[in-house]
Write a protein of this length. Structure first.
Length: 363
């Protein structure tokens, strides 16, 4: 029996043993390839998604690591709510979701193409037909036309779902072997695998990534409720909302405040790929006077925000150094630069211990 949502799945299974997640976000207007039934669930959908995303493209894959437990890990596309997937797809402008289905007829090698992105649906159909693959519209029971389907939860509320029959997927590997060991071996891939993936990549390269976005697109939460937003981001610091799901926000102002909070609460060097990201807050504990510490932190916060969050305007920075507790409290009053008016300013206080540990949550 499948789980009702990702929260239940994560409680009952172990990441790295029962399942694995691979996630790479895009930037700006981007296309993301998604496989929510990868690994042993519907092989080799995750391999196809990663192949089509390439070495730099955005992708999200959820993989079951054992065939014996794969069935119960197959969350429906309409309720799939892993926060990484929700955020990645929610911020994308184009989405291609890879799925697998059983043969509708014996030995039928066909891909069912559906979704609400009519332009990309048409282009993928044309490219696959031209490459010699059989395409069709899917039966209603597994089509991608539902607005709550993950593929349609991107910014324009329109994506593509590809449902590949087992026979078609078997044609991608020697001897039709779809075992975990076979699909994990790139050398086992037959020319049909690359021909299919390349046809989809050609279609994706033909669509503009800048698309019209509805004023209030709904985002499906783990509770089944609908939020309206243009983009979705997990809250910083990490927290759990009233429903037990990972807290997220669709408010651009809250997203900016969270990013500034994360910036101030990070010590330079903590992020390997961004060694200068952050504010040297704990260094203020070793200044000779409180005035010197406050002055140093003010300059450091202003410089960091200017560099890493240019869309933010800092109105005030107040630092309190408590040497007895070995802690620095920094209150930052910040607002969006594109929203004038003091009424938009919000203060966040970040408490940082001498070792750099953030100890307080947003006010």
């Amino acid at each position: 029996m499948a789980y009702p949502n990702f929260r239940y799945l994560a409680v009952d299974n172990v990441l790295g043993i029962d399942y694995d997640i691979k996630n790479r976000y895009g930037a700006g207007d981007y296309l993301v390839h998604v496989a929510i039934h990868g690994g042993a669930i519907e092989p080799p959908t995750s391999q196809l998604a990663v192949y089509c995303a390439g070495s730099t493209g955005a992708h999200y894959v959820f993989e079951a690591l054992a065939e014996s437990t794969s069935a119960k890990l197959a969350l429906p596309a309409e309720t799939f709510d892993d926060p990484f997937a929700v955020v990645n797809v929610g911020n994308s402008s184009r989405t291609v979701s890879w799925r697998g289905v059983e043969n509708q007829r014996e030995g039928e090698e066909v891909v069912y193409i559906s979704g609400m992105d009519d332009v990309l649906v048409s282009l993928i159909t044309q490219e696959l037909d031209a490459a010699g693959f059989s395409t069709d519209t899917p039966p209603l029971r597994f089509g991608g036309g539902d607005a709550s389907n993950l593929c349609n939860r991107n910014r324009p509320r329109a994506g593509v779902q590809l449902d590949l029959t087992r026979a078609l997927r078997q044609s991608f590997y020697a001897d039709g072997d779809l075992s975990p060991a076979a699909i994990a071996n790139p050398d086992a891939r037959l020319p049909a695998f690359f021909a299919f993936g390349d046809a989809v990549k050609r279609a994706c390269s033909l669509v503009p990534l800048s698309v019209a976005v509805p004023d209030a697109p709904p985002v499906i939460r783990s509770t089944g409720a609908v939020d309206t937003s243009v983009s979705t981001a997990m809250r910083t610091p990490f927290s759990v909302d009233y429903s037990g799901a990972v807290a997220a926000t669709t408010d651009p102002r809250e997203q900016l405040l969270d990013r500034v909070h994360a910036l101030v609460g990070t010590l330079p060097g903590e992020r390997v790929m961004r060694s200068t990201y952050g504010v040297p807050t704990s260094a203020a504990l070793f200044e000779v006077s409180a005035d010197a510490a406050n002055d140093q932190l003010q300059r450091a916060v202003l410089d960091a925000v200017q560099r890493w969050e240019p869309s933010a305007t800092v109105s005030a920075v107040v630092a309190t150094v408590n040497r007895d507790l070995g802690m620095v409290d920094i209150s930052v009053q910040v607002s969006r630069s594109d929203v004038p008016g003091a009424e938009q300013d919000v203060t966040r206080t970040v408490g940082v211990l001498v070792g750099g540990t953030v100890v307080s949550a947003p006010e």
